[in-house]
Design a protein around this ligand. Structure first.
Ligand code: GDP
Length: 699
C-alpha cells in the first residue's frame, strides 16, 4: 500500500496544477493550531530538520504545501541525499536546510504588511530517506489578539484561510499544547465545526513535558473531546539550545524518548495511548493512506467525468486540432510575411511612379499658378499661341526666361527628398497598419518592435536615397531634351490635368452658388464685393495723393452677412481660375501646342509635364534600388532575427498566450493532456485499489 500513497501524492500535485476545484482534490494533512502551540516544532520533528521560519512576529504568512517524498536507499547501500525543492521558483535542489528556512522566510516577508496573510500557497518538496510519503499543509497559526502593527481583520483572515483548507477530503491535524486547556484550543474548535464527529481529525498534544504525566495521559485518552482518529502526545521542542554536537532534532527526539520511557506506567504499551514523534509519523501515514485509498474511487470517477467533458469540448471547439506556442509563432511570422508581400505590390515600379508623378503634377500646378496664371501678360501668351504667324523665335525673351525659371523651380524643388519621403511614408503607413491589425493587436510589444525595426531600416536609407535621387536628376536642372513623342504624351496628360482642375473649380463654384441661394444672389454679391474693392482702391489712391483724410466709410458692409462676402470672394477667385484654365486648355488644344517641342515657350504646361514625368521616372528607378529593394530584402530577415529568434522558450509561450484565442486553446489542450495522464496513472493503480476484484488479476 505504501506505493499507493506515493503515487497518489504525485497524482495529487498534478491535479492541483489542473485546477483548484474541490472535486478534483486528493486528501492532504492540514496542520492547524494557535500560535506557539508547537506547530512548527511538530512539523520539523516529522521532517527531522529545522527548516521553518522562526521569529516572534508571526512568520507563516502563506500556506506551505509541504510534500515529503521518501527516497529509498539505493542498491549500493548508500543513503540518498536529503534535499528540498521549490518547484515554482526553479532553484533546483537545496541540500542546506538553513537555505530552505531562509527562502521560506523571504517568501513570507514578501507578503505586503497591509495584507498580513496571503492565500497563495508556497510549494515545497522535501526528498529524504528519513521521511515518509506525506503531504502536509502548514497554515498561519491562530491568534488571539492582533498586535499593534497588525490589521484588526487579521484574526478573521487567518481563520478564513484555515477554514478553506480544512474542508473535505483533507485530514485535520489539530495541534494543542498540553499546558493549555483543550477547551481553549482554536484548532479543535475549528475542526469540530467542519468535522463534528472527529472522523478526519487527529489531535496532536505538544509540550507533554510541561504537565504532570497523569494529566498528560488523561488528555490523550480523549474522553473530553473524543476524536475518532485519536490523540498523539509529543515532546517536540525544536528551538532548543545546541548544548551537544547532536542536531536540535536529535536532542529533542532523545529527550522525548527519555521522557516517555521514564513514565511507562502512564504511557507504556499497556496504556494503549499514542505517544512520540515516531508514532505520530506512522499514524499520519496510516491515516493518509487509508484516506487516499478511500478517495481513489471517487477521484477516478471525477477525473473520468472531467476528462470526458474536456475531450468533448476540445473536439467541439477545436476539432481536435493540436497547437503549440512554437507553431503559433511560426504561423504568425509566416502570415506576417505573406501579408507584407501582398501589400508590397503597392510598391512596384509603376505604382511608385504614378504616386511620384501625382506629387510632381501638384508641383507643376503650383509653379504654373505662381509664374503664369497671376501674370497680367498671360493673355498675351494665349494670343501669341493663337497667332500662327508668330514664330517661336520671334517671341519676347520674357517668355523664354519665364519657362526656364518655371523648369528650374520644378527641378530644384527638392524632388530627391520629397519623393524619397513620400515612398518611405507609404511604407511606414503600411507597416503601421500591419502592426495595428490582427494578430498584432494582441501582441503590443511585438507590434512595437515590428514598427521600430522597420522604421529603423527606413531611417538608415532615407538620407542616402534622397541624395542619390537628387544626384541623378541633376542633369534636368540644366537642360531637358524633349522629343516629339514625349511632347504629344505630355500634352495629353496636361489636358487631362487641366480638365480635372476645371471640373473641380466648377464644382466649387456650384457649391458656393447653392450655399448663398442661387446664381442671381451670387452675382449680386460678387458685384457688391467688386464695387467695394473698387472703392477701396480709389480711396487708397486718393489718400496716397493726399486728397482724402476723412474717416473710413462704415455701415456699407452690413448689407450682406460677412460669411457670404467671404463666399463671394472665393467665387471670384474660382471664376478667375476657371477663365484662365479655359484659356490655357484652348491653347493646349491649339495647332500651335500640337506642333511639337519647339513650341515649349508658348505651351509651358506641356513642357513642364514632360519634365515632371522624367523626374518621376528617374526618381522611381533610384528609389527602387536604394530604398525599396533594400527594405524588401531586409524586412523579412529582421522579422526572423528580431521578432522571434531572440525569444526563449518562456517568451514564446508568453507571446502565444497574449492572444486570448490561442491561450484558451492551449489551456484546454493542456488540461486534456494532464487529465489523460492522471487517468492513465489512476488506471495503473487500479490493481492496488482495495475494491479491485482479485479474480481479475488471476486471469
Ligand atoms: P508554533 O508557533 O505553533 O509554530 O510553535 P513553535 O513550534 O514555534 O513552538 C513554540 C515554543 O514552544 C517554542 O519555544 C518551542 O521551543 C516550544 N515547544 C514546542 N514544543 C515543545 C514541547 O514539546 N515541549 C516544550 N517544553 N516546549 C515546546
Amino acid at each position: 500500500l505504501m506505493h499507493l500513497t506515493k503515487k497518489l501524492i504525485e497524482i495529487r500535485s498534478m491535479l492541483l496544477s489542473i485546477d483548484q476545484s474541490d472535486s478534483l482534490k486528493l486528501p492532504s494533512i492540514v496542520v492547524i493550531g494557535s500560535q506557539s502551540s508547537g506547530k512548527s516544532s511538530v512539523l520539523e520533528a516529522i521532517v527531522g530538520h529545522e527548516f521553518l521560519p522562526k521569529g516572534n512576529n508571526m512568520v507563516t504568512r502563506r500556506p506551505i504545501e509541504l510534500t515529503l517524498i521518501h527516497t529509498p536507499a539505493k542498491g549500493d547501500g548508500k543513503t540518498p541525499e536529503e534535499y528540498g525543492e521549490f518547484p515554482s521558483l526553479g532553484f533546483g535542489k537545496i541540500t542546506n536546510f538553513a537555505h530552505i528556512q531562509q527562502t521560506l522566510t523571504d517568501l513570507n516577508l514578501a507578503v505586503p504588511p497591509e495584507e498580513a496573510v496571503s492565500n497563495d500557497p508556497i510549494d515545497l518538496r522535501i526528498y529524504s530517506p528519513h521521511v515518509p510519503d506525506l503531504t502536509l499543509i502548514d497554515l498561519p497559526g491562530y491568534i488571539q489578539i492582533a498586535s499593534m502593527d497588525q490589521p484588526d481583520s487579521l484574526k478573521e483572515k487567518i481563520a478564513g484561510l484555515c477554514e478553506r483548507y480544512i474542508r473535505e477530503p483533507n485530514i485535520i491535524l489539530a495541534v494543542c499544547a498540553a499546558d493549555v486547556d483543550l477547551a481553549n484550543s482554536p484548532a479543535l474548535r475549528a475542526s469540530r465545526k467542519v468535522d463534528p464527529l472527529g472522523l478526519r481529525t487527529i489531535g496532536v498534544v505538544t509540550k507533554m513535558d510541561l504537565v504532570p504525566p497523569e494529566q498528560g495521559a488523561t488528555i490523550l485518552t480523549g474522553n473530553r473531546y473524543p476524536l475518532h482518529l485519536g490523540y498523539v502526545g509529543v515532546i517536540a521542542k525544536s528551538a532548543g539550545k545546541k548544548t551537544s554536537l547532536l542536531s536540535a532534532g536529535a536532542v529533542a527526539k532523545r529527550s522525548e524518548q527519555d521522557y516517555f520511557g521514564s513514565h511507562r506506567e502512564q504511557f507504556g504499551a499497556s496504556s494503549s495511548l499514542m505517544v512520540g514523534t515516531d508514532t505520530l509519523r506512522r499514524r499520519l501515514m496510516e491515516v493518509l493512506e487509508s484516506s487516499m485509498a478511500s478517495s481513489l474511487h471517487g477521484i477516478t470517477n471525477a477525473v473520468q467525468l472531467e476528462l470526458e467533458e474536456t475531450t468533448y469540448q476540445f473536439k467541439v471547439q477545436y476539432n481536435d486540432r493540436r497547437i503549440t506556442a512554437e507553431s503559433y509563432v511560426a504561423e504568425t511570422v509566416d502570415a506576417l510575411k505573406a501579408r507584407f508581400r501582398d501589400l508590397s505590390t503597392q510598391f512596384r515600379k509603376p505604382e511608385v511612379r504614378a504616386k511620384l508623378k501625382a506629387m510632381l503634377d501638384d508641383k507643376v500646378m503650383d509653379v504654373l499658378e505662381q509664374l503664369y496664371w497671376v501674370d497680367k501678360r498671360a493673355l498675351e501668351l494665349g494670343a501669341l499661341g493663337a497667332d500662327s504667324k508668330v514664330k517661336p523665335g520671334d517671341l519676347d525673351a520674357y517668355w523664354r526666361h519665364k519657362l526656364e525659371a518655371a523648369s528650374s523651380l520644378l527641378t530644384k524643388s527638392g524632388v530627391g527628398r520629397d519623393s524619397t519621403l513620400l515612398v518611405a511614408d507609404g511604407l511606414r503607413a503600411l507597416i503601421d497598419s500591419i502592426a495595428a491589425g490582427e494578430p498584432f493587436n494582441y501582441h503590443p510589444s511585438a507590434a512595437e518592435r515590428l514598427v521600430q525595426f522597420s522604421h529603423a531600416i527606413l531611417r538608415d536609407r532615407i538620407g542616402l536615397t534622397s541624395d542619390q535621387v537628387e544626384n541623378c536628376i541633376k542633369p534636368f536642372k540644366y537642360e531637358v531634351d524633349v522629343d516629339e513623342r514625349e511632347w504629344e504624351q505630355g500634352r495629353g496628360r496636361a489636358m487631362e490635368l487641366f480638365e480635372k482642375e476645371l471640373t473641380m473649380c466648377e464644382v466649387k463654384l456650384k457649391d458656393i452658388r447653392k450655399k448663398v441661394g442661387g446664381s442671381r444672389r451670387l452675382n449680386g454679391l460678387i458685384g457688391y464685393v467688386k464695387e467695394l474693392e473698387e472703392r477701396a482702391k480709389e480711396r487708397k489712391n486718393r489718400r496716397l495723393a493726399g486728397e482724402d483724410n476723412g474717416p473710413e466709410e462704415e455701415g456699407e458692409s452690413y448689407r450682406y452677412p460677412p460669411a457670404q462676402i467671404l463666399d463671394a470672394r472665393h467665387a471670384i477667385l474660382y471664376g478667375d481660375r476657371l477663365a484662365i484654365l479655359k484659356l490655357r486648355l484652348a491653347a493646349l488644344k491649339s495647332k500651335r501646342c500640337k506642333g511639337g517641342p519647339e513650341n515649349d515657350v508658348i505651351c509651358p504646361e506641356v513642357f513642364l509635364n514632360v519634365v515632371a514625368d522624367k523626374l518621376a521616372y528617374t526618381s522611381t528607378m533610384f528609389i527602387n534600388i536604394e530604398l525599396l529593394d533594400h527594405f524588401f530584402y531586409q524586412f523579412p530577415r529582421e522579422i526572423d532575427s528580431r521578432l522571434i529568434y531572440d525569444l526563449d522558450r518562456n517568451e514564446i509561450v508568453e507571446f502565444a498566450r497574449e492572444n486570448p484565442i490561442i491561450r484558451c486553446h492551449l489551456d484546454l489542450q493542456q488540461r486534456k493532456d494532464k487529465l489523460e495522464e492522471v487517468m492513465k496513472q489512476l488506471n495503473s493503480l487500479s490493481t492496488l485499489r482495495p475494491d479491485s476484484q482479485p479474480t481479475q488479476r488471476r486471469q
